[in-house]
Design a protein around this ligand. Structure first.
Ligand SMILES: Nc1ncnc2c1ncn2[C@@H]1O[C@H](COP(=O)(O)OP(=O)(O)OP(=O)(O)O)[C@@H](O)[C@H]1O
Ligand SMILES: CC(C)(CO)[C@@H](O)C(=O)NCCC(=O)O
Ligand SMILES: [K+]
Length: 294
């Protein structure tokens, strides 16, 4: 009920803000300015048509398809090598659209070049209505952060704290009304280790492990505390900091390559949702809400 109300409210707010301020033409331009018109096609998903979702992350790209209620990742590669992507996409003769979220402009442009035979819709922060953004630099906000939170609020009536534990790790807050309140950008778990290895080469490189003994009683344990342990302590600290200012009930969402590690090691009193495909959930919800508005 609350969720339906929120959707309704978001759409109302969006139409109130977009239409009177800019006029219908401009709001439609906003919606479609990122679509590459390579073929004359309808954007609406019709029966038996496939929509693919592409996450261009800081180090990896992932292509996914929703099968029933589950996400199937059909292609994953390092950002540097797009080899094989076209072949995978070509296996979908009925593809009508690819929805994209990108944090890498250079990789995005290469992909738009390579996939010039399909329609692509890039979700950018310019598509977010301003009432949903409590962020002073919306133009530079990473759309992955917003969409991850967007996916999270769609499955709970509470405020959400989202930890996206990837190459970078973000710890962000969105209210239960769908207002993005900002957050934290910090190094990911792998970077914690790599920073030490690069700048302190005399120290041993250690595996991702938190010692059972506190404090560290050896060089290895001390470094493990400072890397894997530090990563957890920092995230826990940010969660605690949020709970000092969030008044309502709050759920914790974990996603990204290191979210399993977090789900096994973070000890939180909050309800924890481990959702590896939260960004895809958010992309799909946001895209559907845009279509509904249209
Ligand atoms: N099989 C794996 N392959 C690659 N990275 C992995 C794997 N398993 C765990 N990881 C961890 O996942 C992290 C990368 O996460 P993810 O794939 O979510 O990043 P990304 O999407 O490229 O970057 P970001 O989320 O910052 O945009 C790495 O830092 C690594 O520690
Ligand atoms: C923080 C990352 C790198 C996380 O993927 C991405 O969301 C990004 O590049 N953001 C831009 C800066 C910002 O979000 O304000
Ligand atoms: K990501």
């Amino acid at each position: 009920m609350l969720y339906q109300y929120r959707c309704w409210l978001r759409l109302q707010l969006r139409s109130y803000f977009l239409i009177p301020l800019f006029g219908i033409n401009f709001s439609l331009t906003l919606l479609f300015d990122n679509i590459k018109h390579h073929r004359h096609q309808s954007f609406r998903k019709t029966e038996n048509m496939t929509t693919l979702f592409l996450d261009i992350g800081n180090s990896h790209i992932k292509l996914a398809e929703k099968q029933g209620v589950k996400w199937e990742v059909v292609f994953k590669a390092s950002n540097g090598s797009l080899e094989g992507l076209t072949e995978v996409v070509e296996q979908y003769p009925d593809i009508n659209l690819m929805v994209v979220c990108s944090v890498r402009e250079d990789v995005l442009n290469k992909i738009l070049d390579v996939l010039n035979f399909i329609d692509v819709k890039v979700l950018t922060s310019s598509l977010i209505d301003s009432v949903s953004l409590d962020y002073e630099t919306p133009d530079t906000l990473g759309m992955d952060r917003f969409l991850t939170c967007y996916g999270a609020v769609s499955v709970t009536d509470h405020d959400v704290i989202c930890v996206d534990a990837g190459t970078a790790c973000t710890v962000d807050w969105m209210t239960n009304e769908g207002i993005y309140r900002g957050g934290v950008i910090m190094p990911g778990l792998k970077l914690f280790h790599e920073m030490m290895e690069r700048k302190l080469p005399e120290l041993p490189s250690v595996d991702y492990y938190i010692p059972t003994q506190w404090p560290g009683k050896s060089t290895k344990q001390s470094v493990q505390w400072g890397t894997s342990g530090g990563y957890l302590v920092v995230i826990n600290g940010f969660i605690r900091k949020y709970l000092e200012i969030i008044e309502g009930e709050t759920d914790l969402f974990l996603t990204g390559g290191d979210s399993l590690y977090l789900s096994e090691n973070l000890d939180s009193s909050l309800k924890v949702h481990h959702r590896p495909h939260l960004l895809f959930d958010g992309m799909e919800m946001f895209w559907k809400d845009l279509e509904r508005l249209d």
